[in-house]
Design a protein around this ligand. Structure first.
Ligand code: CO
Length: 135
């Protein structure tokens, strides 16, 4: 079922400073910030040869990552995202195995315009896992 690592998401207190670190200290290809109001985040992508790092900062009062940042004021790894070919088949299989899909249990459209779900960290050894359907 599981495919490539699509990205690792890191919540940071200062997107510009974090982007500058990857650009200037590591020589990485770093995107411009992009606001995703529906998800309550601003994102910057660090494009690596084999995967991406997604830098996240809260956008708006109700951001789902605001609490994470207040608990981790210096920033921290938030989730990992794995690619799957068929997200509905993945949901059926994982929930049959007793894992919990967050939210209403149905895919939403993620940062890349593709269907995503999140699995509860309690079922995954403390890691919040995002699955993204790729064609
Ligand atoms: Co993500």
């Amino acid at each position: 079922m599981i495919g490539n690592l699509n990205h690792v998401a890191i919540v940071v207190p200062d997107l510009a400073a974090a982007g500058d670190m990857y650009r200037n200290n590591f020589g990485a290809d770093v995107s411009e910030p992009k606001d995703l109001p529906d998800q309550g985040v601003t994102t910057v992508f660090v494009n690596l040869p084999n995967t991406k790092i997604e830098l996240l900062h809260p956008l708006g009062e109700d951001s789902t990552i605001a609490k994470f940042l207040s608990n981790n004021p210096k920033g921290g790894i938030h989730h990992v995202c794995y690619e799957v070919q068929d997200i509905h088949a993945a949901i059926d299989s994982l929930t049959a195995d007793g894992m919990t899909v967050l939210g209403d249990g149905k895919p939403s459209i993620g940062a890349h315009g593709l269907p995503v779900i999140f699995l509860h960290p309690k079922d995954a050894f403390g890691t919040l896992i995002e699955l993204e359907e790729v064609a």
